[in-house]
Design a protein around this ligand. Structure first.
Ligand SMILES: Cc1cc2nc3c(=O)[nH]c(=O)nc-3n(C[C@H](O)[C@H](O)[C@H](O)COP(=O)(O)O)c2cc1C
Ligand code: SF4
Length: 430
């Protein structure tokens, strides 16, 4: 498939994390183009590109930037979400480790466009190499006048500060991230007010994902029109798909949005491993519903197409299940994850995620009761749309989808008092 790489355009260069190497290619061309224009024109270019946030929700980036008040007596902030805690996601890590300057260039462009003078880069604490590479790149930028009180001699000031996360998945939710930077407990805030009007220290704030900002320099350097040549009308551009699970070649792949799932699976990932058949796919990180193999037939990987099949593209973390994966066990793992990561503010989430994990554990380990499945079905609606953030909805979504599509596996676990896969090598579900 012919297309131009946007995010991985320079990844073949050795030591790309070094500013001189980055500059030897098209490094900081996007910033130079941005600084030639007025801040509003930069926002318009990003709007015109149709770039959508890569953190999960797919909200148009230029529109989000446009929500920030133009005139305000408060400082404005940019927070970069590099917390990357979603199971199945590992794209931002690679970008920051190999190409930190793309992200920093995107941050400087965003800072200029938004009138921000202080930007925070909130990086998952376990990402030691990413933290080290980003800090070194920031030091280089200060030394060469790309950061500080007079960015590139244009009279605009910007500081970038790295903030390390401390291992809580919930701190990836934008308002929990803001609380965490403020030194408070990483708990999501009720919205409204939205960060655009009242974010960090109650000031106007934009929160953007790493991959989102990494696309911005290219858009400024080569133009929104060219960006729209890749992808679809409503999902323009390229996207990194982080593929994990039962495939021969897991990894990060940059492809145009709208690429058929089959192309990603067969041509890039070498197909389902060990010659096995596909059972299902979680297409957008563990927070979205599972699609069965039949639903993945003719599936295109763009926001609209995946939604039309009943799931979400989310952050593009594609988790592949082969025919032998026990969906009850896989759902239990995820339920335990959400129960552990719930911040506990909302009862439907605090209690619901734990009940869900307990019931699934019972079923998986042979103590399941026939009334457990109706109990799960009664519980799930109370976890959806009732809470401060969508963690509870996410926990419900994957279990709901597996129960709907693979109910026979749950029933077999209850009937045979445990996982039939583990009892017998080959098992035909009744
Ligand atoms: C529980 C939870 C965890 C999240 N974790 C992340 C994360 O690790 N990284 C991220 O970019 N967005 C994450 N998000 C989405 C952010 O709240 C936010 O939408 C995103 O950072 C906005 O950036 P974007 O517009 O560039 O996509 C999470 C959301 C929720 C509800
Ligand atoms: S839904 Fe869960 S994680 Fe989100 S705020 Fe409520 S308790 Fe916390």
């Amino acid at each position: 498939m012919a297309f131009e790489k946007v995010l991985y355009r320079n990844l073949h260069l050795e030591r790309l994390y070094d500013m001189d190497v980055y500059l030897s290619s098209d490094g900081y061309h996007g910033l130079a183009a941005a600084l030639e224009r007025k801040p509003d024109e930069v926002i318009e270019e990003v709007k015109a590109s149709g770039l959508r946030g890569r953190g999960g929700a797919g909200f148009p980036t230029g529109v989000k930037w446009g929500f920030l008040p133009k005139v305000t007596d408060k400082p404005k902030y940019l927070c970069v979400n590099a917390d990357e805690g979603e199971p199945g996601t590992f794209k931002d890590r690679e970008l920051m480790e190999k190409d930190p300057h793309s992200l920093l260039e995107g941050m400087i462009i965003a800072g200029y466009a938004l009138g921000v003078h202080k930007a925070f880069l909130y990086i998952r604490g376990e990402y030691h190499l990413a933290i080290e590479r980003c800090q070194k790149a920031i030091d280089q930028l200060y030394a060469r006048g790309y950061l500080g009180s007079n960015v590139c001699g244009k009279g605009f000031a910007l500081d970038i500060i790295i903030h390390k996360g401390a291992g809580a998945y919930i701190c990836g939710e934008e308002t929990a991230l803001i609380n965490s930077i403020e030194g408070k407990r990483g708990e999501p805030r009720l919205k409204p007010p939205f960060p655009a009007t009242s974010g960090l220290w109650a000031c106007p704030t934009v929160v953007n994902n790493v991959e989102t900002l990494c696309a911005v320099p290219w858009i400024l350097a080569y133009g929104a029109k060219r960006y729209r040549e890749f992808g679809t009308e409503k999902s323009p551009g390229t996207k990194i798909f982080s593929v994990s699970g039962c495939v021969s070649k897991p990894g990060n792949y940059e492809l145009p949005l709208g690429t058929p799932f089959k192309v990603l699976l067969e041509d890039y990932c070498g197909g389902v491993w060990k010659g096995k058949k596909l059972k299902g796919v979680i297409p957008g990180g563990s927070s979205v519903p599972l699609l069965s193999a039949a639903e993945c037939e003719d599936l295109n990987l763009d926001y609209e197409s995946v939604q039309a099949r009943g799931s979400l593209l989310g952050c593009g973390a594609v988790i592949v299940y082969d025919e032998d994966v026990c969906v009850v066990e896989a759902s239990l793992r995820l339920a335990e994850f959400y129960a552990h990561e719930s911040c506990g503010q909302c009862a439907p989430c605090r209690e619901g995620t734990h009940w869900l994990a307990q019931i699934l554990e019972r079923i998986e380990h042979g103590q399941g009761r026939p009334e457990d499945l109706p109990a799960i079905e009664a519980l799930l609606p109370h976890m959806k749309g009732m809470t401060i953030c969508v963690l509870a909805d996410s926990a419900a979504a994957v279990v709901e989808s597996t129960l709907k599509k693979f109910r026979n596996e749950y029933e077999a676990h209850i009937k045979h008092k445990g996982c039939p896969h583990k009892k017998e090598k080959v098992f035909a579900y009744a």
